[in-house]
Design a protein around this ligand. Structure first.
Ligand code: ADP
Length: 486
């Protein structure tokens, strides 16, 4: 029985990744394994002599702090019921975790001490790197003007920069800190976006008013990014609040100015338009063809200006939520055909070819949807000066209908395709300055389509042409989407 135990102990000693040392009550070495020798860099001649004193003296030369080594040994000898775990720093850079405990004999006395030495250098270096990187992050966070924060995977606070605390005057540890900070009117939408991000892991992006310690609210951009481990699971959220109060104020001033300017411009323009029509009629009656030609050119430009101002007015109304939606049921193919007919009269350079699917009725804002097609067609013609055709397609799908406008013009590079739907965005580049525009047509289209619960997007190859797509939900799908939107 004893032989079996001894054999087991020997196998354990030999295969262990830890260095194991067993000493008797007087400190005399009873046994050790090969790993112990390796960890302590013990020369073979010392091992061979089995001289405890020589082994101990050599061991001392290996350590950065040999006093700590002795202190723990003494402590354990004096308190045999205790166990001890500490870290030893070796001069060669190794970090060894040492555990010691006493071995009780059958008569109840302590007769030996067992020491285990585990190499934890890699783990420690890894931990140190994490601490260092955390330190770097904190230093960076403190130097940024933004209010930086970090939470665990469930959104519970872990870190907030000094700027955060300076601004809010709150303790980020307190459970209801966030609720206290956010303007009550912004809370619901903020929580909705946050919950969605927690579920999907997608970047958190919202705008909200946050209260400062003086009690005043300022607009902030709230951003949060999920940090994932190697398995793709979120384990932290890191984010920042950026003060956009001044930006918002400037935006409002610009919107107010646009609104005021377009209103003011509309009235004299309507008068000019009315008078030019009267003049046209008089000249027609007189048969003054030459002057009539000039007035017609003038009328055309007045028409352009009227459209531009109407677009600007639409933009300002959209921002204020004041654009009225007139819903009716109509045949989309008929609307497409009407708009094409109208546009073909003004677009002399291109042939508009229609490839329309079966007729279906849809419900929506007919005029505004006509305006979308109008915009897409005039863009298609404008941005394909060397082409001579535009193709308009409708396609009935399971839950909706898709409309597309294809041109064979300058195209849009992939990098900016999404941006063309932003307000005032215009693609910049070598040839772009030759095309006139304000960068609001597609923004208006996107806003109109959003109100119809549809989608608008572009597929394009620079130099080859673009296809603008509009998808509109129909029937039950539209009802469900409209309910969700409200
Ligand atoms: P703009 O008045 O500048 O045409 P839009 O909002 O209609 O404004 O379009 C935004 C930008 O998108 C345009 O400035 C242009 O760079 C690009 N764009 C729009 N339609 C097309 C198209 N069919 N082909 C190439 N580029 C286009």
């Amino acid at each position: 029985m004893l032989g079996y135990r001894k054999a087991l102990l020997e196998v354990h000693n030999a295969s262990s990744v830890d260095g194991i040392l067993l000493v008797d009550a007087k400190g005399k070495i009873l046994s050790y394994n090969q790993r112990f020798i390796e960890i302590w860099n013990m020369p073979q001649e010392i091992v061979d002599t089995k001289d405890d004193e020589a082994a101990l003296s050599f061991a001392m030369t290996q350590l950065v702090n040999s006093e700590q080594f002795i202190d723990i040994v003494k402590y354990l000898y004096e308190h045999p019921t205790k166990t001890s775990v500490d870290e030893l720093n070796f001069k060669d850079g190794k970090i060894i975790e040492r555990s010691g405990y006493s071995v009780i004999g059958e008569d109840g006395t302590y007769y030996a001490w067992s020491w285990t030495f585990r190499d934890i250098t890699k783990q420690k270096n890894y931990e140190n790197k994490i601490i260092e990187s955390e330190q770097r992050f904190r230093t960076l966070a403190q130097t940024l003007p933004q209010l930086v924060w970090m939470t665990d995977e469930n959104g519970a606070y872990e870190y907030a920069s000094n700027q955060w605390m300076d601004y809010s005057g709150l303790d980020p540890n307190a459970a209801d800190t966030w609720e206290k900070l956010v303007h009550p009117q912004d809370m619901e939408s903020l929580m909705q976006i946050w919950t969605n991000s927690l579920l999907t892991g997608k970047t958190y992006h919202a705008e909200a008013r946050l209260k400062n310690k003086a009690g005043a609210y300022r607009w902030h951009l709230v951003q949060g990014e999920a940090i994932k481990n190697e398995k793709g699971c979120i384990y932290k959220w890191i984010g920042a609040f950026t003060d956009i109060e001044n930006l918002k104020e400037e935006q409002k001033q610009k919107d107010d100015f646009l609104s005021m300017a377009s209103h003011e411009l509309r009235t004299p323009l309507t008068t000019i338009k009315a008078y030019s029509q009267i003049i046209e009629r008089i000249l027609e009656e007189k048969g003054d063809v030459q002057t009539l030609g000039m007035v017609k050119k003038m009328s055309k430009q007045v028409g352009r200006l009227t459209t531009l101002i109407a677009d600007l007015l639409d933009v300002t109304k959209m921002q204020k939520g004041g654009l009225i939606r007139n819903e009716s049921v109509f045949n989309l193919n008929h609307l497409v055909a009407e708009v094409i007919d109208d546009m073909q009269k003004t677009i002399g350079t291109h042939q508009i070819i229609d490839k329309l699917d079966t007729d279906i009725n849809i419900s929506g804002d007919k005029d505004k949807l006509g305006q979308v097609l109008n915009n897409l067609l005039s863009n298609a013609a404008k941005y394909s000066p060397n082409a001579d055709k535009i193709i308009v397609n409708t396609q009935v799908m399971k839950d909706g209908i898709q409309l597309s406008v294809q041109d064979f013009g300058i195209g849009i590079s992939t990098a900016v395709q999404k941006r063309v739907f932003e307000q005032f965005y215009r693609v910049t580049g070598d040839n772009q300055s030759t095309f006139q525009g304000m960068g609001i047509g597609l923004y208006i289209c996107a806003e109109i389509i959003k109100r119809e619960c549809g989608k608008i997007w572009v597929e394009s190859v620079a130099g080859e042409g673009s296809v603008f797509y509009v998808w509109l939900p129909v029937g039950d799908k539209k009802t469900v989407l409209l309910q969700q939107a409200n």
